[in-house]
Design a protein around this ligand. Sequence first.
Ligand code: PMP
Length: 429
Amino acid sequence: MSTKPTDVGAVDSPAPSSKQAALTDAEVQKIRSEFPCLQLHRHGKRLVYLDNAATTQKPRAVIEALSRYYEGQNANVHRGVHYLSALATELYESARKRIKEFLGAHLVCEIIFTRGATEGINLVAQTFGRQHVGPGDEILVSEMEHHSNIVPWQMLCEEKGANLRVIPINDRGELLMDQYEAMLTDRTRLVSIVHVSNALGTINPVRQIIQIAHGRGIPVLVDGAQSAPHMAINVAELGCDFFVCSGHKMMGPTGIGVLYGRAELLESMPPWHGGGDMILSVTFEKTIYNGIPQKFEAGTPHIEGVIGLGEAINYLQNLGMPRIQAYEAQLLDHGTRVLEAIDGLKIIGTAREKAGVLSFIMDHAHPHDIGQLLDEEGIAIRAGHHCAQPVMQRFQIPATARASLAFYNTREELDLLGEAILKVKKVFG
Ligand code: PMP
């Protein structure tokens, strides 16, 4: 399909955080001392960790929650009659309640634990998707999706003879909303859209996207892998039908994530994985499935992951998501100014509504060389296609170097990034 759009990109309504006081520099210094990995040194220099879109560092509170679990709370959940099992179950389920509050869901049973955003999207594709998508039907994604919000739908489309359609973006990396609206047809079965692009930093106007889709009775999945760590989310207010995120990008452990689904939809969907916990009764003739959320949580879950994620959410809530967002917006402004001042450097992704992602390319230096030279300066960024190859194709580049921010980063670190890039420039001329 054509990706030569007219330039009428989408801008979300002003972020609610703009009125909130940002974290102060003194608070950020205290926060930094709570993250052991931020104390590391590389080549004799304090580590500058700017790869937060890939994964965030973990505060001591989360690390301690994991050892506390293994040292004094370890048992399987939901099944035992003994003290430890009851304790582990209580911790596991109270983390679910905390996450329900964090995401603004109406009901605790709307929170399903997964391995991450990727598994959440696959779950929806393999259950809701298989149930509702048939030959000739359409699923709508955007040109700025992560591979995990492309490939599961391609697999489904292949199986069902359905079509994946792609909403184009403009040169700033903003969605073309008029084209989006025009692409919705009576064959569209789902819109699956990223909230914040990991490759460009664009914040998509998901509220508006959802309203437009719902106006035609089409459900919407929001990929919140890069939004949930950086801004207040309220799925009930947004009105989305599904929302996915990953614990490891939110200061929590790896291997744990969340799928939010509207209860009515989750109840009507078939299970995905079969096994223990997702059943009420089993005979060889007939199995009766459990209710939600257990229907979608077959087998022994990632118990310590859930408990660690609950602790991470607690940490984020204590700081306050609006204050985090306001501070990160200041950091992004500063980092953008630092990079824009460098001759021969081009920022890829200049949306008017942007989160803390600075993707860039430089004359004469391949992103991988930039990443390697910055590593020698103690600065961790990512170089590559960021699992968003269609974005690279859209901008006709093989890769970008990407610095991605979290609330524990500082302006001084971004100044160090700028100085190190100037050294890279000297090497590559
Ligand atoms: N969507 C986006 C926008 C992402 O940035 C990522 C991770 N880079 C994912 C989905 C997948 O997350 P995970 O690998 O944790 O499942």
